[in-house]
Design a binder for this molecule. Structure first.
Ligand SMILES: [Zn+2]
Ligand SMILES: [Zn+2]
Length: 336
């Protein structure tokens, strides 16, 4: 089958590799849509915990074409998406319901071959049905939305609170949409791209502000004491350093964007102490996939407009170029 193989740091090729054979507990999926995520870029740059060679791609949807002998819930023809985090269900953390910290987890597209290919094999544990009225492209956003569902839960948002989000890409907009229906009274978005901000405004942001010194002054004027929740969806430590000042006393700073492993940010511990700041991380998905699918199926979260471009597997390079060089890009998907 055709696949995009990450061979080494900054090096990938479209090549013919062996089509996966589903193991006893696995479902073989013909990939219909697979999103390019910031994590894929970290993997490609060697800034993540993956090894080469690897077929990346962890947010996808497709059609079941074959099932292993122990699979009971799926059959060929089923429309599905997947939670790429396959937990062992046996280790210390799995037993105390902290599955996203599983000591023996496998992540499709990160530690084992993923969906930038014609076919991907996934343990039945991670596979989910999708309703007929969701397109494959929409369903391929179920995984990032599942991460956002977990992040919003972690944020502890309460009715009426004010929210500030840095980063108006696809993830920032998903955060905005979900925080709004979770009770936020206003969600303000900050980005360096005016085009992204215009789009965020159209998608329902209360206010949008360009990320510069002038923008910081505006934020201070809007909320002199800060925001109950400030969420980062940029993954840039340099930007994050500037974000903490906008957290209201006893408010929360949600580290949602993925920064490169090893990069540091400057924090003044006295400030965290003096202003009772909560710093909260949010790693991946914790059994939130079904809720994400429910939100997409109900239409409460709209993702169709978040897809800014689609490319064939052969044109993977163009998708990566968009990611690097088009500051206005939203979700880029590969349609194998
Ligand atoms: Zn991702
Ligand atoms: Zn485990």
């Amino acid at each position: 089958m055709k696949a995009c193989l990450f061979e080494a740091k900054e090096k990938f090729v479209i090549s013919d590799i062996k089509k996966p054979v589903p193991q006893k507990d696995e479902v073989l999926i013909r990939v219909k849509a697979a999103g390019i995520c910031g994590t894929d870029i970290h993997i490609l740059k060697g800034e993540y915990f993956s090894d080469f060679p690897l077929v990346a791609g962890h947010e996808f949807s497709g059609e079941v074409v074959e099932v292993g002998e122990e699979v009971t819930q799926f059959q060929p023809g089923d429309r599905v998406t997947a939670d790429p985090n396959i937990f062992c269900d046996k280790c210390y953390f799995c037993k105390i319901n902290k599955n996203n910290h599983c000591l023996d987890s496998h992540v499709i597209g990160v530690t084992q071959n993923g969906a930038f290919a014609e076919y991907v094999a996934v343990s039945e544990k991670g596979v989910f049905h999708i309703p007929d009225h969701l397109s494959y492209s929409e369903a391929a956003l179920a995984e990032p939305l599942a991460c956002v569902v977990y992040g919003v839960r972690r944020s502890g948002i309460k009715p009426g609170e004010k929210v500030l989000i840095f980063g108006a890409g696809a993830i920032g907009l998903l955060l905005m949409s979900l925080l709004k229906i979770s009770g936020a009274s206003q969600v303000i978005m900050v980005d360096i791209s005016q085009k992204k901000l215009d789009f965020a405004k159209k998608m329902g942001a209360s206010e949008v502000i360009l990320n510069n010194a002038e923008g910081e002054k505006k934020l201070k004027a809007i909320a002199p004491f800060g925001f109950e929740l400030v969420a980062d969806a940029t993954g840039s430590p340099r930007v994050m350093e500037r974000e903490l000042q906008f957290v209201e006393p006893d408010g929360t700073f949600l580290v949602f964007g993925v920064a490169p492993i090893g990069d540091m940010m400057k924090v003044e511990p006295y400030d965290i102490f003096r202003r009772d700041i909560h710093i909260v991380g949010s790693y991946a998905v914790k059994k939130t996939m079904q809720y994400s699918i429910n939100l997409l199926a109900s239409g409460k979260i709209q993702v169709k407009n978040l897809i800014s471009s689609t490319y064939s597997l052969e044109d993977f390079e163009r998708g990566i170029q968009d990611f690097y060089h088009d500051p206005d890009h939203m979700k880029i998907q590969i349609i194998p």
